[in-house]
Design a protein around this ligand. Structure first.
Ligand code: SF4
Ligand code: MSK
Length: 653
């Protein structure tokens, strides 16, 4: 493999497995990244393939200032400008990301309805309180109706959100009032989830919307249909069905695989099958069957966001994040990798062929050549899960002798849902964000940052996440994490209460008083909706302005890779959050489009995009923004750590 191997990752387990892949002569994403450089024209958003007269390439000439005439010549065959092409590409990415999260939300809603109607044996309403709260919010009668009757009505109302044609998505009302009014004024309030995705695809078709600013307005609307629509529905209904997460202790990294047990990895995003595998893998009958095949037991672990879901709810260990999926199989110790949708590398199929691992697809929307397909049937979930576990057990005896499992693993505490933060900070009888707001106002906590998103083989695996998180906590910024970012930081040992030793004195004092890590794991990709709810709760609790854009808060996806990250980033921006991307910037081919996203959006939404590859500089910019917001709120002086009484606090706000 070309290149400096130590630059591939900061994670020791990953580096050991990259070595093994090389020895075993198995191709991985790390090797392919060396052998194929990204296309510079596509990377900057300057390639259009929206009709068969193209693909048209309109790259920005590097290193010189473009004259008006040269700029005018940068057009596709149809006359499309570099601005139109970059904006269309950006909007299509948001639409794809929004579609992925929302189709996940739709599937969960249908499953929720099946459960409520009694057609999904093995699943139930686990969080009654959240169910009833949601019913009240949606104006659904409770009276003496059963939970299932209430759930059916909730499911029908929320399923209709996907196909709604007019009006506003219901969860838009959860946002601060000022934000709702701003969205209405700008005309970006989402009407129906599917409608916004379809309209984005229509408007980016050849010869339709050609005004880049108008295209980016639809970008805001389709992203909001994700964050305050599809993703938020997914998170709420998953919580009601599978339980709202609360802090759970677990372990993470490839060292969670076991040499003497049947290893099953569940990988993907939709947690229904994972929930059932968690139950079935603990079934004594299955454990006994594993013993008949020479294994000591069954070891279920997770990968990517499904891992986050079952870690938070069941403490099931996490084998790794996005860039570790092929490496897990290369240990030679994985009997089955079970996948559903999203972030499943096609390379898995080749890797699995080199070992004894069964790659099992379970969703008709996501099949892979070379994998075995076993359709997961929610109405017969126990049997579906049992069949998969049995195949894995039967495969144990096919293991080859050359097994190598890296020893590395770390502890983590995950499961900081909005409800948990509310309770942990405020207590059962006065659950609120008041203590968090107070600690921000008194300066112990400087501000809040969300770090989300993927890994990307174009940068050192996990490095940007971890360096950014360290810099932020060192400067008293409380960090909320989801997705593969959360796993990176957990592997680095920051996601335990002892992680507070790396925080600044103010943040450390709060973490030690409450017993929480300085970096809070809030869940999977769809759970970024929890961050929106947390931000809104901070606004509603008072003292930090009257909109999300007033908060001393920032967001970042520093190792982003997927289109979902673009949608997440845009709904953060449209919700008023200053949001960073690392790695590469997808509209770099158009200065106008980039300026619009980086500067004009701040005037429109109070939040804007930014791009920075250096995590330390990214942290500095985020902290500068947090300080700017503190100053605007008049709480910058509070950093002198004066203890404030109520009267002084009122004065501050
Ligand atoms: Fe080229 Fe225009 Fe067709 Fe795009 S839509 S491929 S810019 S001709
Ligand atoms: S899994 S979208 S690589 S976070 Fe959600 Fe990780 Fe990004 Fe997939």
């Amino acid at each position: 493999m070309a290149g400096d191997k130590t630059k591939k990752s900061i994670d020791a387990a990953t580096l050991e497995m990259i070595d093994k892949a090389e020895k075993d002569r198995v191709s991985t994403v790390f090797e392919r990244a060396d052998n194929m450089k990204p296309c510079p024209i596509g990377a900057e958003g300057s390639c259009c393939s929206n009709c068969a007269m193209g693909p048209c390439r309109v790259p920005l000439a590097k290193g010189k200032t473009e004259t008006e005439e040269e700029k005018n010549k940068r057009r596709g065959l149809c006359g499309a400008t570099a601005e139109t092409i970059a904006a269309r590409n950006f909007l299509r990415k948001i639409a794809a990301g929004s579609a992925a999260h929302s189709d996940h939300g739709r599937r969960i809603t249908q499953h929720f309805l099946e459960t409520a109607r009694g057609h999904a044996a093995g699943f139930e309403i686990k969080d009654e309180q959240k169910l009833l709260q949601l019913a009240l919010e949606l104006g659904i009668k409770i009276d003496d109706r059963s939970n299932n009757e209430i759930a059916i009505e909730i499911g029908e109302v929320l399923l209709a959100e996907f196909g709604k044609q007019e009006g506003e998505l219901l969860f838009v009302k959860r946002a601060p009032l000022k934000r709702q009014e701003l969205w209405r004024k700008l005309g970006v309030t989402p009407r129906g989830i599917d409608r916004e995705v379809v309209e984005a695809m229509h408007r980016t078709h050849m010869g339709v919307d050609q005004d880049y600013q108008n295209l980016l307005l639809q970008g805001a609307r389709v992203s909001l249909a994700d964050g305050w629509g599809g993703s938020m529905i997914a998170t709420d209904l998953q919580d009601i069905m599978f339980g709202t997460p609360s802090p759970a202790l677990g372990t993470i990294n490839l060292g969670v695989l076991k040499e003497d047990e049947v290893n099953i990895i569940i990988h993907g995003h939709e947690p229904a099958l994972a929930e059932m595998l968690a139950v079935v893998s603990h079934d004594p009958e299955m454990a006994a069957y594993a013993k008949t095949k020479g294994a000591k037991g069954i070891n279920l672990t997770g990968m990517c966001c499904t891992a986050n879901e079952i870690m938070m709810r069941h403490g099931i260990p996490i084998a790794g994040n996005f860039l570790q999926q092929e490496l897990a199989i290369i240990t030679g110790a994985v009997e089955a990798m079970v996948v559903d949708v999203q972030c499943i590398m096609q390379g898995l199929s080749n890797v699995a062929r080199c070992y004894h691992t069964k790659l099992i697809t379970t969703d008709e929307r996501a099949k892979i050549e070379g994998a075995q397909h076993m359709q997961f049937d929610e109405t017969n979930a126990v049997e579906s899960a049992r069949a998969i576990v049995r195949i894995a057990i039967d495969n144990f005896s096919n293991r080859r002798p050359e097994v190598f499992i890296p020893k590395h693993k770390s502890e983590l505490v995950a499961g900081f849902s909005h409800e948990t933060i509310n309770y942990l900070l405020g207590g059962l009888y006065r659950a609120s964000y008041r203590p968090l707001n107070d600690n921000i106002i008194n300066g112990r906590i400087r501000g809040v940052a969300g770090i989300v998103g993927c890994n990307n083989a174009r940068v050192t695996h996990d490095d940007v996440h971890v360096t950014l998180a360290r810099e932020l906590i060192k400067n008293d910024v409380l960090v909320l994490l989801t997705g593969c970012a959360a796993m990176a930081v957990a592997k680095a040992g920051l996601m335990v209460p002892e992680g507070a030793q790396f925080a600044g004195a103010g943040l450390r004092s709060v973490c030690e008083a409450v017993g929480i890590p300085p970096v809070l794991h809030m869940g999977s990709c769809v759970d970024n909706a929890r961050i929106l709810i947390a931000a809104t709760a901070m606004v509603k609790d008072g003292g930090l302005g009257d909109d999300i854009s007033d908060l001393p808060a920032c967001g970042a996806a520093p190792e982003w890779m997927s289109e979902k990250a673009v949608s997440i980033g845009q709904y953060f921006v449209s919700s008023g959050v200053y949001t960073f991307f690392g790695v590469t910037w997808p509209t770099a081919g158009s200065k106008e489009v980039t300026d619009f996203l980086f500067k004009d959006m701040e005037k429109m939404y109070g939040g804007m995009w930014d791009f920075e590859t250096d995590p330390v500089k990214m942290a500095q910019k985020m902290i500068a923004h947090i300080d700017k917001k503190r100053k605007a709120l008049g709480i910058d002086k509070a950093r002198e750590r004066v203890l404030y009484d109520m009267a002084m606090r009122r004065e501050l706000t």
